[in-house]
Design a protein around this ligand. Structure first.
Ligand code: ADP
Length: 501
């Protein structure tokens, strides 16, 4: 183009500079383009550079064209030929490189595809396996549920059957009770008549005249009385067993009940020269909610047993106290303590079974039916109480009855405050200085007593009295306080169902 006068020398120089730059470019094999040129091309370039340098600036004048063209002819052909070869070689190399990259990518893609496929296969296997397991599990669960349903249905039917059996047994029991009750009523009338006539006979004949007759009358009299006792006891039990038995609960003072029983039993006790003593705290009341007749029967039976099984000239002690059960509810406890024949240890668990009589009572031929204690335990059960026995053969027995105490609405409100008062007492006792402990015990003991915690209150008051009357060293007082706090905390836990304060 320069030779044709179409571009200036300056433009050719710029193109030459660009070419030099291009020839310096490093290709993918870390070779410059210039390094690939053969020396012929380099020579041709140098010649062209020389020609250009010698030529005037601007467009080549027409006069200069012919001589330069002549000199340039040869290198133009060389440059063009070399350039073409260079471009082709470069292009081929580039193509090969691109093919290699493409092949590498393809191989990588194939590897990734294989990986993906394997992953998909594995996932499908896992899903399939889990699915099978799940289906199996569902099937197993279904089978289990089905069998449970069958079992439940069977249990329901069984329960229905048992309910029917229970109802028919209850009916049978009621019929039996009715029967026993009727029979015993029928027996009681002629029996009372027999006993009446024996009394009449005793007054009619001259006792002591004929010992044989006296003995016969005595035997008939005793046996008639035993029979009457048996009939009365069976009647009582069947009344207690009967569903129609609805005890009339009212406020009952157990001191009165026991005193009345003693009054009834005094002739028998006097005959045996047995002394009956009562011990209770005048300041307390011993009220319970209960059926007065049934409760009378309890103490008549227990005290008459105590009299019956006591030796002559012995003493029976009946004590009353207010106690707290495990749930810290107030109970009235009555203990009947005798010094009689006692009960063999092994036989104690059987005492409350119907018709059970201990071996020593049978051996000593002491009359009885073995029904009294069964009646007692049934009545106590109806009154939501409990009875316990401790006994030693030939030493004596203690029968202890506990019945829930009667609680008035006002008392109930006071009782509801117990936790609060106990908490206050524990904190006050724990924080008191040793020198002030006596007064704190006094105050808190009183408060505990007022709020229905009688036993704890007395215990605390007792400690206050001891501190007032006796000189004690600080360590002992502190030890006493620790064990008192333990006791108070135990009660607090029972009342509150919570931990210590
Ligand atoms: P019963 O006194 O009519 O035999 P209970 O049911 O009242 O019938 O008493 C059952 C048995 O318990 C008595 O036979 C006797 O062996 C024994 N028992 C009851 N109370 C006492 C007691 N206080 N001392 C010794 N044994 C007693």
């Amino acid at each position: 183009m320069w030779l044709a006068g179409l571009v200036t020398k300056r433009e050719v120089e710029i193109s030459r500079a660009i070419l030099a730059q291009r020839l310096n470019v490093i290709d993918i094999e870390n070779l410059s383009m210039g390094a690939r040129l053969d020396p012929e091309f380099i020579d041709a370039l140098r010649l062209s550079d020389k020609l250009l340098a010698m030529s005037p600036d601007g467009v080549l004048p027409r006069t200069e064209v012919a001589p330069i063209k002549e000199q340039a002819q040869e290198f133009i052909t060389t440059i063009l030929g070399a350039s073409r070869t260079l471009v082709v070689a470069y292009q081929q190399e580039l193509d090969a490189h691109l093919v290699a990259v493409a092949e590498k990518r393809q191989a990588e893609s194939l590897r990734n595809l294989a990986l993906l496929i394997s992953l998909m296969i594995l996932t499908s296997i896992f899903i399939g396996w889990s699915g099978i397991r799940f289906v199996r599990q569902v099937k197993r669960t279904q089978i289990y549920i089905d069998s449970e349903i069958v079992a439940l249905e069977a249990a329901r039917k069984e329960l229905l059957k048992m309910n029917l059996t229970v109802s028919s047994l209850e009916e049978l029991n009621d019929t039996k009770n009715d029967f026993i009750s009727t029979v015993n009523h029928e027996l009681r009338t002629p029996l009372t008549s027999i006993i009446g006539y024996i009394e009449l006979l005793k007054s009619e004949i001259e006792l002591g005249k004929d010992p044989q007759i006296d003995l016969i009358i005595d035997v008939v009299d005793k046996n008639a009385l035993v029979l009457l006792d048996l009939v009365e006891s069976i009647l009582s039990l069947s009344r207690l067993d009967s569903k129609q038995n609805k005890p009339l609960f009212e406020e009952v003072n157990l001191i009165n009940t026991v005193e009345k029983a003693i009054f009834v039993l005094t002739p028998q006790a006097d005959l045996n020269h047995v002394d009956i003593k009562l011990a209770f705290n005048q300041d307390n009341d011993y009220l319970v909610m209960g059926d007065p007749n049934q409760l009378s029967q309890v103490f008549l039976n227990l005290i008459s047993n105590a009299v019956k099984f006591s030796p002559e000239n012995s003493e029976i002690l009946i004590t009353f106290s207010r106690v707290l059960n495990d749930q810290m509810e107030n109970h009235i406890s009555v203990s009947i303590i005798d010094n009689g024949i006692g009960i063999p240890e092994k036989e104690i668990p059987e005492l409350f079974h119907r018709f059970f009589r201990a071996s020593n009572a049978i051996n000593k031929q002491i009359v009885g039916t073995g029904l009294g204690l069964a009646i007692v335990s049934k009545i106590i059960e109806i009154h939501k109480g409990k009875i316990s026995v401790s006994s030693q053969e030939n030493k004596g027995s203690t029968f202890r009855v506990e019945i829930p105490a009667f609680v008035s609405a006002l008392d109930q409100r006071i009782l509801d405050k117990r936790v609060e008062v106990l908490e206050r007492a524990i904190v006050a006792i724990r924080n008191a200085e040793i020198s002030k402990l006596k007064d704190v015990y006094h105050e808190m003991g009183g408060a505990l007593g007022i709020y229905g915690l009688d036993e704890l209150g007395s215990q605390v008051l007792e400690l206050s009295r001891t501190l007032a009357n006796r000189k004690m060293d600080e360590a002992t007082v502190a030890d006493q306080r620790v064990s008192l706090l333990e006791t108070l905390n135990k009660s607090y836990q029972r009342l509150n169902n919570k931990g210590n304060i």
